[in-house]
Design a binder for this molecule. Structure first.
Ligand code: SF4
Ligand code: SF4
Length: 110
């Protein structure tokens, strides 16, 4: 059976944090608990211009929205990401997409 995961195209992540909120609401997570966190990395480029990269990172509390998926729904973060830069699916399929697209991360729970 295929293992499932999330493919995150962080080139198009706007850092809106909606995935964090959607996950917290879906799982009723308490303060300090997160199923996904959005990290921000600021680089100074040659010439002095600042470049900000946002990278959403699922945590150990992410269960890939098992109940939603069993009901035929997309994981909550995937559904609510307004940049549509998150995808859920079998790792093998996501890896094929990843091979074609730079600035992506592929994540799977243990
Ligand atoms: S797949 Fe579900 S549990 Fe995992 S980060 Fe997204 S909303 Fe949270
Ligand atoms: S909801 Fe989408 S665009 Fe917003 S921070 Fe999360 S991954 Fe990035």
């Amino acid at each position: 059976m295929s293992k499932y995961g999330l493919l995150i195209d962080y080139e198009y992540c706007t850092g809106c944090h909606t995935c964090e909120v959607a996950c917290k609401q879906e799982h009723n997570l308490q303060p300090g608990q997160w199923g996904i966190r959005v990290f921000e990395y600021i680089q100074k480029l040659p010439g002095g211009k600042l470049y900000i990269t946002y990278i959403p990172f699922p945590t150990e509390l992410c269960d890939l929205c098992q109940k939603r998926v069993e009901a035929g729904l997309a994981p909550s973060c995937v559904k609510h990401c307004m940049a549509a830069c998150m995808k859920f699916g079998p790792i093998e399929e996501l890896a094929k997409e990843m091979a074609k697209k730079p600035r992506t991360v592929l994540w799977a729970p243990k």
